[in-house]
Ligand binder design. Structure first.
Ligand code: ARG
Length: 463
């Protein structure tokens, strides 16, 4: 059967493979709501400018509402023969209201239509993600405040480095998520121009009012170049780039959860809500949700890489290649939303073993830097020399298999005679973290100040 939308020139129907490769309705049916909103704004403008009569416009708008309700209710049948969401809706409109439906597509093309629908969908996704990320920040901040004093090992190279507070560690993610939200906000800001009216590629000879449609759809202004409007998908790429970075941030905490809940680390426990058992090993409690957040980062990064490859080298203006922007973008942003939800739940659920964390923080001579700093401060020793002296003190302690604060004063003085008993004041892990009060440092007092600053900041955000 020849196509009812462009059948004029087409006598024969498509090949079977063409019928398989060409349609996008299986996935762009997700754009139904956006497509209807765009069409309603367009037809209202056509009526306002006298391009279409008020009666036809009213019939079109009513028909579109009816289709929207049917799709919402799940009673609309999508047809692959009609290729995509735009033609499915338009064809159905014709069956509802007759020939007047044919006026909707005046001064418009599927090229500006799909660019508009995608912008609207991505914009809504960004708004939902921002809200969810804010919720994740709140979960981290609350946990951080609850554990502002709790000492844990800080790592470099995954080797115990210096003691830090658990609150400080958690607030590191609040900073990352804050920048992630900033990236989404930047993307949204640049995205918020309306391509409707660019038509196929060159604009239109009808005296349309693009400011009117832009305003009606919540855009800051219409896009300024018709070729650019229908041929770029950088707004999808930017959202995916922000999503990829955000997912990789979450994958790092996911990985830390996986490590922390092992019996070997024993730093924390997740409840039954976010773990699974093994069908064969009864003792096991596997952190599946954390592993899946870690893994889903792969497909989100893949969506960004995939669309970059689709877009590179495409000549202006529209090519069907751009139909391939959708599935992976939908999947990536929906996967990210799921990851954020799971992560928020896990952060709330995570039950740290504070005793175990503190013991681990004290092991491995983690206060060696504090000892070196004491030598610098109290004996005015150059840091490099203090580093060397501390190394010898650590070696002496290691030889006796004791901690630094268990080394006798006489033994210390054997290595550096000017050391006094007051050195003990810096050797405990609690003292170590409390002393790190430099701006941005791990001290419990800093954690409280930063957590409250974030709470104020989040509270002052306009909803
Ligand atoms: N389904 C198409 C897409 O997603 C809509 C635009 C089609 N335009 C065209 N000239 N064939 O890109």
């Amino acid at each position: 059967m020849s196509n009812q939308m462009w059948g004029g020139r087409f006598a024969a129907g498509p090949d079977a493979a063409m019928e398989e490769i060409n349609p996008s309705i299986d996935f762009d049916c997700k754009l139904a709501k956006q497509d209807i909103a765009g069409s309603k704004a367009h037809v209202a403008m056509l009526a306002e400018t006298g391009i279409v009569s008020r009666e036809d416009a009213a019939a079109i708008a009513a028909g579109l509402d009816r289709i929207g309700a049917d799709i919402e209710a799940g009673t609309f049948t999508f047809s692959r023969a009609l290729e995509d969401i735009h033609m499915n809706i338009e064809a159905h409109l014709a069956s509802l209201i007759g020939p007047a439906a044919g006026r909707l597509h005046t001064a418009r093309s599927r090229n500006d239509q799909v660019a508009l629908d995608m912008r609207l969908w991505i914009r809504e996704a960004i708004d939902r993600l921002d809200l969810a990320l804010r919720g994740l920040q709140v979960a981290f901040i609350e946990k951080a405040l609850a554990h502002a004093d709790a000492v844990m090992p800080g790592f470099t190279h995954l080797q115990s480095a210096q003691p830090v507070t658990l609150g400080h560690h958690l607030l590191a993610y609040v900073e990352m998520l804050g920048r992630d939200r900033g990236r989404f906000a930047d993307a949204r800001h640049r995205l918020n121009e309306c391509p409707l009216g660019a038509a196929a590629l060159a604009g239109t000879s009808f005296a349309i009012d693009r400011d009117m449609t832009a305003r009606a759809l919540g855009f800051d202004r219409p896009t300024a170049n018709s070729l650019d409007s229908v041929s770029d998908r950088d707004f999808v790429l930017e959202a995916l780039a922000a999503a990829a970075i955000c997912a990789s941030h979450m994958s790092r905490f996911a990985e830390e959860i996986v490590l922390w809940v092992t019996p070997q680390f024993g730093f924390a426990r997740l409840s039954d809500k976010f773990t699974t058992g093994s069908s064969i090993m009864p003792q096991k409690r596997n952190p599946d949700a954390a592993e899946l957040v870690r893994a889903k980062t792969g497909r989100i990064i893949g969506a960004l890489a995939g669309l970059l490859v689709v877009m590179k080298g495409l000549p202006l203006a529209y090519s069907k290649d751009m139909q391939e922007d959708k599935e992976a973008a939908f999947d990536a942003l929906e996967s990210l939303a799921l990851c954020i939800a799971a992560m928020t739940g896990m952060v709330r659920d995570l039950d740290p073993d504070l005793k175990r964390m503190k013991e681990a923080a004290a092991a491995g001579y983690a206060t060696a830097t504090d000892l070196a700093d004491w030598l610098v401060r109290t004996l005015q020793m150059p840091f490099r020399e203090a580093h060397h002296v501390t190394g010898r003190l650590v070696a002496a302690a290691a030889e006796k298999a004791v901690d630094l604060d268990e080394l006798g004063l006489a033994e210390m003085q054997n290595i550096e005679p000017r050391i006094t008993g007051s050195v003990r004041e810096v050797l405990g892990v609690d003292k170590s973290v409390r002393s790190r009060r430099s701006y941005g440092g791990t001290a419990p007092a800093n954690v409280r100040v930063q957590a409250r600053r974030w709470q104020r900041r989040l509270r002052s955000e306009k909803p």
